[in-house]
Design a protein around this ligand. Structure first.
Ligand SMILES: [Ca+2]
Length: 196
């Protein structure tokens, strides 16, 4: 038994997409493209983005040991960064959880990590993860400040014997094994013909 960590990115429109973005992408695309050049900007306190995230493949998973929300966020155009605050949010069914308010935004992008408890209590299941929405809420903003989020993700650590993703070596081994089997059957046929 071992632990494996999966990073699940936003994969579709969720329950809210309230943070303005000035381009053609949907908000979930803006925060799942591995780029700080695309970002959503919170303008009104209370605004939420809550995205669907990619599914977790259930094979081999015995339990889920930790769920972490990751946000890349910053604030610019203000002399008081700490007065500009966001919080990670996540929702399962009808229950929305607001995480701890982040008071440490600076003018450069940093990864903010926060452990997510299961809405309603109890332990996480794969089904929970696959119906969970993840995002962020604007908690406080000073006049003129740009509070932005460039990326959002869910990091899930699981316990179990997870099947390996096929590697180039594994594919070669399977090919060699198949070739060997074919040769053996040809020999068998030859023996049979001789015997008749
Ligand atoms: Ca981005």
């Amino acid at each position: 038994m071992s632990t494996t960590t999966f990073t699940l990115l936003p994969s579709g429109g969720g329950l809210y997409a309230e943070w303005p973005y000035g381009g053609d992408l949907a908000n979930w695309q803006v925060v799942s493209d591995f780029s700080d050049a695309t970002e959503v900007t919170g303008t009104l306190v209370g605004q939420r983005d809550l995205h669907e995230v990619a599914d977790l493949e259930p094979r081999g998973i015995d339990s889920i040991s930790e769920v972490v929300v990751i946000l890349r966020a910053r604030v610019t155009n203000t002399g008081t960064p700490a007065a500009n605050r966001i919080a990670p949010i996540w929702q399962l069914g009808d229950t929305l959880v607001q995480g701890t308010t982040i008071t440490t935004l600076t003018d450069t992008y940093t990864n903010i990590r926060q452990t997510a408890t299961r809405p309603g209590g109890g332990t996480w299941s794969v089904a929970d993860i696959n119906s969970l929405y993840v995002g962020y809420q604007l908690i406080a903003r000073t006049a003129g400040a740009n509070v932005t989020v460039s990326e959002c993700a869910l990091e899930v650590t699981v316990v179990g014997d997870i099947p390996n993703t096929p590697t180039a070596d594994a594919v070669t081994a399977v090919t060699q094994s198949t070739t060997l089997t074919a040769k053996v059957s040809v020999v068998d046929e030859a023996v049979t013909v001789h015997g008749e």
